[in-house]
Each structure stands twice: as structure tokens, then as C-alpha cells.
Design a protein around this ligand. Structure first.
Ligand code: GDP
Length: 196
């Protein structure tokens, strides 16, 4: 598989309000509950250590964060779902912003939904899928922290996720920001979604 390593990654904006940046470029959004390993994965994808803040207080990513990659497409880091400690009002402000972005024109070309491979999908994971499904935007489930799941247990995990989310188990990609597993495959998916 051809390796993709972006040469230029630039944070364009961090915002909760439209207009969403660069509507002329294809976007791929990355969603997941907080602590799923989203920041680590964005950093791993872009070979940066600190582009997205890792291990910060869960739920602290308060805005949609837009990165322009090689001047060709946009990666959007969505606010993590599941911020137990903030008010309902704030939570719905974030969710409204995400839904507005999904519904914008042209809107993201694809959405990657991250799930922690160590845990069975929770209500929050189902909530993300429920938010994404009605938009009709292509989405793909991606498991994080693969390094924590021995190969012998993967089939079981795959079946559990595919049954809960009603997706084909073979569609699930395994990734690890620690070992780099699955990063190439994920890049290929992102490039395909953005028509590169
Ligand atoms: P976010 O809240 O979704 O942005 O999650 P972070 O990227 O901040 O990661 C949450 C925690 O999971 C941190 O302690 C990370 O070090 C850890 N983590 C993230 N990715 C991986 C991974 O691939 N493998 C392992 N073992 N730990 C990870």
C-alpha cells in the first residue's frame, strides 16, 4: 500500500459557528465519544505531536477544529460526545453546531466514527450513528486502541460492534495511535472519501 504522509497540515479554524471554512474543498469529519483517542489519532495521521490536544480534560474540545491537509482537503475534528460534567445547554450547543455542519452545503464528504475497541458500543456511540444516519453522508466505523486487544479476541469484538451498530463486521478498521496499526488503511479511506 502506498504510504501517504501529508506535507502540510494547517489548523484553519476552531469554531462553533458557520460559515464552515473552505466549502470548496472536500471535508472528512472525525467523530467519537470523548476519550476514544480522537486527538491521538489525528496527531498520528498527521505525524504531529501536538496538533490536537491529547489527554486533556474529557470534553474540553469545545469546537469543531478544521485542518487543511496539503491544500487539498479538510479534516474536521468534531467535539467529543459525552461530556458528563457540562450543562445540557452547552451540550446541545455543541450538538447543534455539529448537526448544522453535517447539514451544510456541501457538507462533509464522509464521517469517520471512532469507537474504543476495548469496550462494547455504548449509548453514546449509538447516538453518534443516529445523528449521522439521517444525513445520508457516507460514514465508516473505526476502532481505536487496537494495541489493547489481542488478535485472538478481535473477531469477538468485531461481531459485538457490528451487531450493535448494524454494520458489516468486515467494514471495521482497526487502528492504534501507539503502534501505528491501521493508519495507512485509514488514510486510503480518507483519500477515497475526499476524491484524491
Ligand atoms: P480524545 O478525548 O478522544 O481526544 O482522546 P485522547 O487522544 O486524548 O486519548 C485519550 C486517552 O487514551 C489518552 O490517555 C491516550 O494516551 C489514550 N490513547 C489514545 N489512543 C490510544 C491508542 O491507540 N492506544 C492506547 N493504548 N491508548 C491510546
Amino acid at each position: 500500500m502506498k504510504k501517504y504522509r501529508p506535507k502540510n497540515v494547517e489548523e484553519i479554524s476552531k469554531t462553533l459557528k458557520p460559515p464552515w471554512p473552505h466549502p470548496e474543498l472536500p471535508h472528512v469529519a472525525i467523530a467519537g465519544r470523548s476519550n476514544v483517542g480522537k486527538s491521538s489519532l489525528v496527531n498520528k495521521l498527521t505525524s504531529r505531536k501536538k496538533l490536537a490536544g491529547v489527554g486533556k480534560t474529557p470534553g474540553k474540545t469545545k469546537a469543531l477544529q478544521f485542518f487543511r491537509v496539503d491544500h487539498k482537503f479538510i479534516l474536521c475534528d468534531l467535539p467529543g460526545y459525552g461530556y458528563a460534567k457540562v450543562s445540557k445547554q452547552l451540550r446541545s450547543l455543541w450538538q447543534d453546531a455539529v448537526l448544522d455542519y453535517f447539514d451544510s452545503d456541501p457538507g462533509p464528504a464522509g464521517i469517520i466514527i471512532l469507537m474504543d475497541a476495548r469496550h462494547a458500543p455504548a449509548k453514546l456511540d449509538e447516538q453518534i450513528v443516529a445523528d449521522v444516519l439521517p444525513t445520508g453522508i457516507p460514514w465508516m466505523p473505526v476502532l481505536t486502541k487496537a494495541d489493547k486487544v489481542p488478535r485472538g479476541q478481535r473477531r469477538k469484538v468485531q461481531m459485538r460492534v457490528s451487531e450493535t451498530l448494524k454494520v458489516d463486521g468486515d467494514m471495521l478498521a482497526w487502528t492504534s495511535s501507539v503502534t501505528g496499526e491501521g493508519i495507512e488503511t485509514l488514510w486510503q479511506e480518507i483519500l477515497e472519501l475526499t476524491g484524491q
